[in-house]
Design a protein around this ligand. Structure first.
Ligand code: 5GP
Length: 119
């Protein structure tokens, strides 16, 4: 998939659309989902132009991948999800019902989350 520079998260990363930032470093921005599906719903987004998880894991540099993985524990700590747990989801492609074509990891928590998948 070709990266669409006009996708909503690219606009957020460029500061064209506001967000409620939870955590940020050189490689990653994490912000609250605009339509939360759980009491806590945070999106972790790499700053590089990657369409989805498969693209990121194939093409991002080692530094970007380490920074992204470490940001998960930072976000979990900030959101105080360490003791109660959480769910991380990366919707990918058509079957994954991915809406925004810029890789993002959903961090969901703050209460029991129900079944993993409803088919
Ligand atoms: P996907 O279906 O691509 O995995 O999830 C996209 C997520 O982005 C959805 O949960 C949706 O609520 C969220 N989202 C879409 N537009 C915006 C926006 O403008 N700001 C924020 N903070 N979240 C958004």
């Amino acid at each position: 998939m070709t990266y669409d520079t006009e996708n909503i998260f690219a606009k957020i990363l460029r500061g064209e659309i506001p967000n409620t930032t939870v955590y940020e470093n050189e490689y990653v921005l994490a912000f609250e989902d605009i339509n939360p599906q759980a009491p806590i719903h945070i999106l972790i987004v790499p700053k590089g132009p990657y369409t989805d998880m498969a693209h990121f894991s194939l093409s991002a540099s080692g530094e970007e991948q380490v920074a992204f993985t470490k940001s998960i524990s930072e976000v979990v700590k900030i959101a105080q999800l360490e003791s109660t747990g959480f769910r991380a989801i990366a919707n990918t492609g058509i079957d994954g019902l991915q809406e925004v074509p810029h890789y993002h990891l959903h961090i969901l928590g703050g209460g029991p989350l129900g079944p993993m998948v409803n088919l």
